[in-house]
Ligand binder design. Structure first.
Ligand code: NAD
Length: 487
């Protein structure tokens, strides 16, 4: 029986998608609307061991078909999927906004269309791949990139559609089949993706979606010995569990994990631009892994920076994710709001100074005020740990080396942002920052062919472009002894 419900006019399946069919579980989990947390949006099928087994066996069958198709054949289906995402942007944005609470305007115009770009980009990268061929002393050599099998993809609740497509596309482009396990707080846009996969004409079993709880069905999937790759985005805590399970089977594993990125502002910048960028770190209520949550400002401009920052922050509009004027959207879930509020409460006890915000906006709602904290020391928890909410810290530096030392003083290393007009500073400081991506005078500009990942607690392995396809592939060195073969 089809278990579809209509959410604001969009039909969404509440079930898993396995072997090209919808499959239901008796047990369910509940999804709420962050803009109105007392509203239950959906009761979604909650996967278990049986469902995981079904998905793995379907994915093996799917792999046998997909891996035998030509690269061009696979790419044309992926482009068809991208076309379908583009023609369904309105429905996907609506569901994602209800489910996750990100700004509708930004979903509609940027974030969901990026899902289509993810598939197009990887389809083209796979097509353009030129295997390295060379001749050494006595042999002709070639690197062969072979599909490796089944990729299990585990994604987090923030920007779920964009991140799921970003992680599934390289696996499919490599010729692997996929089992996607979306996060339990925002699983609905993945369900819509299942419908589009079907319509695009992927052979059955190539792309499967298992809904459910991370510690339950997620843990079962990543420990299945028949799985050939595990690609995870989420917290370092979950990565430790998943990495251990993958290690049991020697299954290659990548983790795109949390961040605590520095945003460094030198005194030669246009302060208006730098302040706007700093306040912009509150976007999506800080639920962005790459956000520059540690503001490191040259001490000579601290006073003026702070005045302007507080002025602009006071103008930030908290409101509905559907309102184009809204700047601060709700947190995704009451548990997450509580976690964010806990960091600020402990900061107060620690003696850190809350310069603005620091409160839940309305008792039974999920908005947290945009907050700036001046820590008593660099060791304060709010400086050292990822909060993943609208909470920034402000620290000052006097010299380049102090800026670098502060920038590199946490266990994370996902990104770094640097604002200066001086080329020498940009190159010296940029090179010294230990992070997977460093942006100078810009933020969140992504070239999908570039490697993406983090240092330290921010991740293991790299995805993006050929790096992503290589991860999902088995690379083989193929050598033929000169003059050893007849025609
Ligand atoms: P999370 O680690 O709690 O969950 C992520 C996913 O893992 C979910 O689907 C969850 O169900 C699953 N999961 C949890 N425990 C599991 C287990 N034992 N076995 C298998 N699966 C398990 O993370 P979250 O709270 O959903 O997301 C927020 C985190 O993700 C933050 O740390 C954020 O920085 C990070 N993140 C990183 C990036 C990046 O690209 N580096 C992007 C977005 C989010």
């Amino acid at each position: 029986m089809s278990n579809r419900i209509s959410i604001k006019g969009v039909k969404v399946s509440m079930d898993h998608y396995i072997n090209g069919k919808r499959v239901s579980s008796e047990k369910k989990f509940t999804v709420i609307n962050p803009n109105n947390p007392s509203e239950v949006l959906a009761e979604v099928s909650r996967g278990d061991e049986e469902i995981a087994k079904l998905a793995v066996s379907a994915a093996r069958e799917g792999f046998n078909v997909w891996s035998e198709m030509s690269v061009d054949g696979r790419a044309s289906i992926m482009h068809r999927l991208a076309d379908l995402i583009e023609s369904n942007v309105d429905d996907i944005s609506l569901i994602e906004c209800l489910d996750m609470g990100m700004r509708h305007e930004s979903l509609r115009n940027r974030v969901i269309p990026r899902g289509a770009r993810n598939f197009r980009s990887y389809a083209d990268i796979a097509k353009e791949y030129k295997p390295r061929k060379w001749h050494s002393n006595t042999t002709k050599n070639e690197i062969q990139r072979m599909p490796s099998g089944i990729s299990v993809i585990i994604t987090p609740w923030n920007a779920p559609f964009m991140l799921s497509t970003w992680k599934c596309a390289p696996a499919l482009a490599a010729g692997n089949s996929v089992i996607l396990k979306p996060a339990e707080w925002s699983p609905l846009s993945a369900s819509l993706l299942g419908d589009l996969i079907d319509e695009a004409g992927f052979p059955a079993g190539v792309f499967n979606i298992v809904q459910g709880i991370g510690e339950e069905v997620g843990a079962i999937l990543v420990s299945d010995p028949n799985v050939n790759r595990v690609s995870f985005t989420g917290s370092p805590e979950a990565a430790r569990h998943i990495g251990k399970s993958a290690a049991e089977n020697i299954t290659p594993f990548t983790g795109e994990l949390g961040g605590k990125s520095p945003l460094i502002i030198f005194p030669d910048v246009d302060l208006e631009v730098a302040v706007a960028k700093a306040v912009g770190q509150f976007d999506d209520s800080g639920q962005i892994c790459l956000a520059g949550t540690r503001l490191l400002v040259h001490s000579s401009i601290k006073k003026e920076f702070l005045n302007r920052f507080l002025e602009l922050t006071a103008e930030q509009k908290l409101g509905s994710s559907f309102d184009d004027e809204t700047e601060i959207t709700p947190m995704i879930h009451p548990d997450h709001l509580q976690s964010v509020a806990g960091f600020v409460d402990r900061a107060r006890i620690n003696g850190d100074k809350v310069l603005c915000g620091g409160r839940v906006f309305k008792d039974d709602k999920l908005w947290y005020e945009p907050t700036l904290i001046e820590p008593v020391s660099n060791q304060s928890e709010v400086v050292q740990k990822e909060i993943f909410g609208p909470v920034l810290t402000l620290q000052t530096f006097d010299t380049e080396s102090e800026a670098i030392e502060l920038a590199n003083s946490t266990e994370y290393g996902l990104a770094g942002m640097l604002y200066t007009k001086n080329r020498g500073i940009a190159e010296r400081v940029g090179r010294a920052i230990r992070a997977g991506t460093v942006w100078v005078n810009c933020f969140l500009i992504r070239d999908l062919t570039a490697p993406f990942g983090g240092f330290g607690l921010s991740g293991i392995g790299r995805e993006g472009g050929d790096y992503g396809i290589d991860f999902h592939s088995d690379l083989k060195t193929f050598q033929i002894l000169d003059d050893s073969l007849s025609e």
